[in-house]
Design a protein around this ligand. Structure first.
Ligand code: NAD
Ligand code: UDP
Length: 307
């Protein structure tokens, strides 16, 4: 297949592109390096069937030739990053999603949207099934990301229903692994790099808020399986193992072999209190569930950052 992947210089886009290339597909990667890393493109460029287009995915893309899939992964993903790029985040998920759906329509390609568990906002239902509509503050600081992804989902559903584009939507829960950017400000990279540098670990709030952490290989396997079925409603992909941020800090300290102090910093506004995926849909539809336990995935990620 010939597959367009936006966000190919990023953490998830580069893993996805690599997996597709290893399977023998042709991949066109698109990125503007706003939060991605040139070395990920260098790595992908070792594959003969990889092409790179440096471009803003919020603008229409002129792609020659046929396409089988348009896979939209371009967007800042870490809260500090998207808070620094509010308008770009809205544009790449709003206008970008629309242009890419138009591209898929014009090429007769299928369309794949990387949505997020953030569509559930600060959830009042726990764990979160796909049928939950969420609890999002439309004018809060996180809205530029949460509402943009919700609109991207709406666009995707509308193009499927009104134009017959074959679409897929995944709601990705906190995913980590090698090739994350050490400076992106997400909790896993912060804790690991603080522990490796011998710095105190920064706990926002009292550390009792929870997240569920999925290793990247499990996510990519879920994506590949969803590409093989014709299913248009959103699918949660995440690891239901749930930790408080204090538990995560302790686990990372144990795996790094350090005992550093914790420093408490203010909890960001609208920071979700709890998050855990209900993955019944992915299990039934795809026969999928995460295989990499958090302890093992973190150990692999720590080994990557040590290097
Ligand atoms: P990332 O920041 O590592 O990768 C995003 C990539 O998109 C970067 O390479 C960046 O340069 C590129 N990009 C951003 N705006 C662009 C634009 N306008 N034009 C071209 N390229 C642009 O983040 P990631 O973790 O790999 O996230 C990838 C996708 O998955 C995002 O859509 C994100 O919202 C979604 N997601 C990720 C997670 C997670 O836990 N990693 C969770 C939920 C959803
Ligand atoms: N967090 C923290 N210390 C950090 C970075 C983040 O305690 O150094 C908290 C953050 O407040 C949130 C959780 O960890 O409750 C996950 O944050 P992240 O930015 O990784 O992703 P989110 O799920 O909030 O988008």
């Amino acid at each position: 297949m010939r597959i367009l992947v936006t966000g190919a210089a990023g953490f998830l886009g580069s893993h996805l592109a690599e997996r597709l290339l290893l399977e023998g597909h042709r991949v066109i990667g698109v990125d503007n390096f706003s939060s991605g890393q040139p070395r990920n493109i260098e790595l992908l460029s070792k594959h003969a069937e990889f092409r790179f287009v440096e471009a803003d995915a919020a603008e229409p893309l002129a792609i020659e030739g046929s396409l089988d899939w348009v896979m939209h992964f371009a967007s800042p993903a870490s809260p500090p990053r998207y808070l620094k790029m509010p308008l770009q985040t809205l544009r790449v998920n709003g206008e970008g999603t629309r242009h890419l759906l138009e591209l898929a329509l014009a090429k007769g390609a299928k369309f794949f949207l990387a949505s997020t568990s953030e569509v559930y906002g600060d959830p009042l239902v726990h764990p979160q099934p796909e049928t939950y509509w969420g609890n999002v503050n439309p004018i809060g600081p996180r809205a530029i990301y949460d509402e943009a992804k919700r609109y991207a989902e709406t666009l995707t559903v509308a193009y499927q229903q009104a134009q017959g584009v074959s679409t897929r939507i995944i709601r990705i829960f906190n995913t980590y692994g090698p090739r994350m950017d050490a400076e992106d400000g997400r909790v896993v990279t912060n804790f690991i790099n603080q522990a490796l540098r011998g710095q105190p670990l920064t706990i926002y709030g009292d550390g009792s808020q929870t997240r569920s952490f999925q290793y990247v290989d499990d996510l990519i396997e879920g994506i590949r399986r969803l590409m093989e079925v014709e299913y248009h409603l959103p699918v949660n992909l995440g690891n239901p193992e749930e930790y408080t941020m204090l538990e995560l800090a302790q686990l990372i300290q144990e795996l790094v072999g350090s005992k550093l102090p914790l420093v408490y910093q203010p909890l960001p506004q609208d920071d979700p209190r709890q998050r855990r995926p209900d993955i019944s849909r992915a299990k039934a539809l795809l026969g999928w569930e995460p295989r990499v336990p958090v302890r093992e995935g973190l150990a692999r990620t720590i080994a990557y950052f040590r290097e």
